[in-house]
Design a protein around this ligand. Structure first.
Ligand SMILES: Cc1cc2nc3c(=O)[nH]c(=O)nc-3n(C[C@H](O)[C@H](O)[C@H](O)COP(=O)(O)OP(=O)(O)OC[C@H]3O[C@@H](n4cnc5c(N)ncnc54)[C@H](O)[C@@H]3O)c2cc1C
Length: 566
């Protein structure tokens, strides 16, 4: 919550400087965001309403049908067959309103939840609204959770889930809420399980280089704890992200180029399934060939198969020494080519990040910096002092062979920390350019050899658009993001942002890439999954979902597109 507070402060205190960046027709008509207008207006009217009427009123006011349903949900959510459940975001969808019909939350369930969690549960509007609205995505919402619950133990989670399953009430697990594709929205209302009270470190095995934690701990807090032991956990998504949410989104970050993604860094999990059973997915051994890999099934399942209650993580030793280098390029294609050449040289960079000139401008404005506003690569080399410097010099030579200039590097610990902080907060720097705008964030990833071509084709399209767009890439992984800023009050701007996003996704798919390298599917990327994976893969996912969650209570309406039936 502190993070969100900080985030909203950052956004609201930043000055609108769109005209400094680019003279855009669209910028002339800036008005306040109406992303959550439906709920804002309802909030004023419904404060005194009983909470059980509120979600229904919200649904009606937004034009959706509120039904009290106790029946078994259909496993096929094709529009026209079963309107009781979420049916947005499928093939060809341009929806951005996360609509679903509100499910009835019976008083008996509320009473059971109160008995389990006592004071750690709320039906307060503000708290439900806070948990229901997107913190970092542009999706509009219709419903909010009916109840927000803060369990303190796995046992409590198990009981909560069991009762929700009994009454067939939807559950949305909730971590740091930094996900970017509407993952934590509650389109059907129901119970939001906020995991942030479960944040203890259960055991640290220094000699095995692993740690067992509860899911609510943040990666930043975990690394603060590990530092005195000379260890760290090498995944760095949004500041504020929790280990549970990171598992559920199969996230990565700037260090994935060296250490891999969440898929590679989780040894085992404990998960509460939809029927309340607690499953441990593996031993603490570093490798195992014992049966189906349930750990990896859960990693990336986005809360749709179970609630993660314990995580055993593989740790890394803090490198003895590191050097951070930066280099400028005349074009983004030159920068991408150096990223590829560096990877092919066999140098084990620990970070290799690319920023375009608009993103550097945003960083300068948000942080009072004076970096050259041109396409820029940022590198980190680790090892012994001599080895880090040797790698730096090899890459300096590669860069100079590809039009690189102004190669500079930092060895001072504070200077290095500051550079990576700036990079990590680059998304928020974009909002500093246009605080009342929303951002559509693309997350395409392609085989490394296609990166330069994809980035330069995308950049041409972005530059030709009247919208303000920035590019940030985890270039060593072939993964890049664009933050496409648009005024949510101007429908043509949203459509233009959608068009650019489609362009990049389709270009990436034509190169055997993916629509999401690390942010996950949520509600926003479902429409691309059939094209990327094929209907057979999606039907297999749906069968797994149906077997583990036959009542479709676990984060319904996300990840598997609604048109997938069997
Ligand atoms: C500024 C910024 C930078 C970012 N940079 C990166 C980046 O570099 N790389 C990257 O990969 N991502 C990045 N992200 C995205 C985001 O930080 C990640 O997706 C992160 O993994 C989400 O974790 P969270 O705790 O915030 O999860 P939440 O947003 O709370 O939840 C995400 C999903 O996980 C589910 N979930 C949460 N907890 C549990 C649980 N205990 N059990 C089961 N399901 C659960 C939720 O239901 C939801 O579906 C960035 C975001 C921001 C705002």
């Amino acid at each position: 919550m502190a993070f969100s507070y900080w985030f909203s402060r950052l956004r609201s205190s930043s000055k609108p400087i769109c005209s400094n960046i680019r003279s855009s027709l669209f910028c002339k008509h800036r008005t306040q965001s109406n992303t959550t207008d439906v709920l804002n207006s309802d909030k004023r009217q419904t404060h005194s309403w009983t909470s059980s009427f509120l979600p229904m009123a919200l649904a009606i006011s937004a034009g959706s049908l509120a039904l009290q349903t106790q029946n078994n949900p259909s496993i096929c959510e094709t529009p026209g067959i079963d309107h009781r459940h979420v049916s947005f975001g499928g093939n060809g969808s341009t929806d951005y309103v996360a609509k679903g019909s509100n499910k009835y939350v019976p008083q008996e369930l509320i009473d059971e939840l109160k008995a389990i969690c006592q004071d750690n549960m709320t039906m307060d509007f503000d708290e439900r609204y806070f948990h229901g609205k997107p913190q970092n995505s542009f999706h509009k919402i219709v419903n909010i959770p009916d109840v927000v619950i803060f369990p303190r133990s796995e046992e409590e989670v198990s009981k909560i889930v069991k009762f929700c399953n009994k009454y067939k009430v939807p559950i949305v697990p909730y971590g740091g809420a930094t996900s970017l594709e509407g993952h934590t929205l509650s389109p059907n209302g129901g119970v939001c399980i906020d995991m942030t009270l479960m944040k203890s470190i259960k055991s640290l095995h220094v000699e095995d280089m692993d740690v067992v934690v509860e899911p609510g701990i943040g990666w930043i807090e975990l690394n603060e704890f590990l530092e005195p032991y000379g260890l760290f956990f090498p995944l760095d998504p949004g500041p504020g992200a929790t280990i549970g949410g990171m598992c559920a989104t199969r996230c990565s970050g700037s260090l994935a180029v060296r250490y891999g993604t969440m898929r590679d860094n989780v040894i085992n999990l404990k998960v509460v399934l939809a029927n309340g059973d607690v499953v441990k997915t593996g031993s603490r051994a570093r490798k195992s060939a014992a049966g189906y890999d349930l750990t990896r099934l859960m990693i990336g399942s986005e809360g749709s198969l179970g609630v993660i209650t314990e995580v055993t993580l593989r740790l890394q030793r803090i490198p003895q020494y590191s050097v951070v280098a930066m280099c400028n390029f005349p074009t983004i294609k030159d920068a991408a080519e150096v990223a590829i050449a560096t990877m092919l040289s066999g140098i084990q960079v620990s970070r290799l990040e690319l920023l375009d000139e608009v993103q550097v401008k945003a960083v300068n404005l948000a942080n009072g910096k004076n970096l050259p506003e041109v396409p820029t690569l940022m590198f980190e080399f680790v090892g012994t002092e001599a080895y880090s410097r040797e790698q730096t010099q090899i890459v300096r030579k590669i860069a100079s062979e590809h039009n690189g200039s102004d190669f500079v590097f930092a060895e001072d610990p504070e200077a290095k920390k500051e550079l990576w902080r700036i990079r990590k907060e680059a998304l928020w720097a974009c909002f500093a350019m246009e605080p009342s705008f929303e951002a559509m964030i693309s997350d395409v990833c392609v085989p490394l050899s296609c990166l330069a071509e994809l980035i330069s084709r995308s950049k041409q399209e972005l530059d030709a658009s009247p919208l303000l767009c920035t590019v940030i890439a985890h270039a060593g992984d072939g993964n890049f993001h664009t933050a496409i800023l648009f005024d949510p009050n101007q429908e043509e701007q949203r459509q233009e942002a959608e068009r650019l996003n489609h362009f990049m996704v389709h270009t990436a798919l034509s190169m055997e890439g993916t629509c999401t390298g690390e942010h996950g599917v949520g509600t926003g990327k479902m429409k691309y999954l059939e094209e990327e994976l094929g209907i057979e893969a999606l039907m297999t996912m749906k069968r797994i979902k149906a077997a583990l969650d036959p009542n479709n209570i676990m984060n319904p309406g996300k990840l598997i597109p609604p048109h997938v039936c069997f």
